[in-house]
Design a protein. Structure first.
Length: 308
């Protein structure tokens, strides 16, 4: 159906118009200058919606609907709630982890918030900041499961963390995967900061000049022991090594089950002798609750030692 409202937007990319796998629908979002209006139906890329939240509200639980963000800036009210199960929200940028067309910068809130029922959601292709400095770019504060966050850029603008998980309860965050994301120098705490994690993966991300910790698993609140996941192939470029564990810190004695392997940390700071990998699950290497493979500091393979 072609909507009658407004001037049609002529896309500068090939936007999909077919029905998606699983029978879901496609909705399109663009700035007003590109024809975006919440008076449009948003099902044709030439007549997109203006707000991401408006498109999300049209999605149906478990139908694998897609929201294609052709470009965006500051039209939404933050945080944008992600609470529709098996939904896909995709920013159509340049095809890498530092996009510029799907751009969100919040002053006082996170850009996206995973809420209850936000299970199985795919989020990709956004560049995010939270310039107030006290909020993360993505906040997860419910026991969501099997999400997939990929090809997003964090810390090209000021924010507290890139991704923060804060929920404490009887269920864990059964994370699907965080992969191929960029975490930059303008994050004022950590890149990925999770208070619990289970059965998920943090793979192939890049962290550059982190002030805090790149990947920080902390304060699980009594999570599922032995149900961590792989942390594989991440790179930490010029980490600030003023403390142990600047690249990866497993900071909770009750958490276990992680497989940490083939991560690379390139140090640049006052204490390059500090080990960038720290595991606090036990004080003896032979009785760690996590499996540590070959992780590198410069060209030196290292274990998470000293342990605390």
């Amino acid at each position: 159906m072609i909507e009658s409202q407004g001037t049609p937007f002529v896309p500068y990319f090939e936007a999909p118009t077919h029905r998606n796998v699983g029978g879901g629908k496609s909705f399109y979002v663009a700035q007003a200058a590109r024809g975006g209006s919440d008076s449009n139906e948003g099902t044709d890329p030439q007549y997109p919606l203006l707000k991401i939240a408006t498109a999300i509200a049209l999605c149906t639980q478990r139908k694998h609907d897609y929201v294609w963000v052709q470009d965006s800036y500051q039209d939404d009210t933050f945080p944008i709630s992600l609470a529709t199960r098996n939904m896909h929200v995709i920013g159509l940028g340049e095809g890498h982890s530092r996009p510029s067309r799907a751009y969100l910068d919040s002053d006082t809130e996170a850009c996206f918030r995973f809420d209850t029922n936000g299970h199985g959601i795919e989020l990709a292709g956004f560049e995010m900041g939270a310039t107030g400095g006290a909020d993360p770019c993505i906040l997860i504060e419910a026991a969501v499961m099997k999400g997939h966050i990929h090809h997003c850029g964090f810390g090209l603008m000021v924010a507290q963390d890139g991704i923060t998980y804060t929920f404490h309860g009887t269920e864990d965050f059964y994370l699907g995967m965080i992969d191929h994301c960029y975490f930059g120098r303008y994050l004022n705490r950590d890149g990925i900061r999770l208070c619990a994690i289970g059965r998920g993966a943090i793979n192939n991300n890049h962290f550059e000049k982190m002030v805090g910790i790149g990947i920080h698993i902390h304060d699980t609140g009594g999570g599922h022991v032995g149900e961590g996941g792989p942390i594989l192939g991440n790179t930490f470029h010029l980490i600030q090594d003023s403390a142990l564990g600047a690249a990866i810190t497993l900071d909770e004695s009750t958490q276990g089950g992680f497989v940490v392997d083939q991560n690379h940390a390139m140090q640049d700071g006052a204490n390059p002798g500090n080990n960038p990998y720290l595991d606090k699950t036990n004080a003896a290497l032979g009785s760690l609750a996590n499996a540590w493979g070959l992780n590198y500091s410069g060209i030196v393979a290292t274990y998470p030692s000293p342990l605390v």
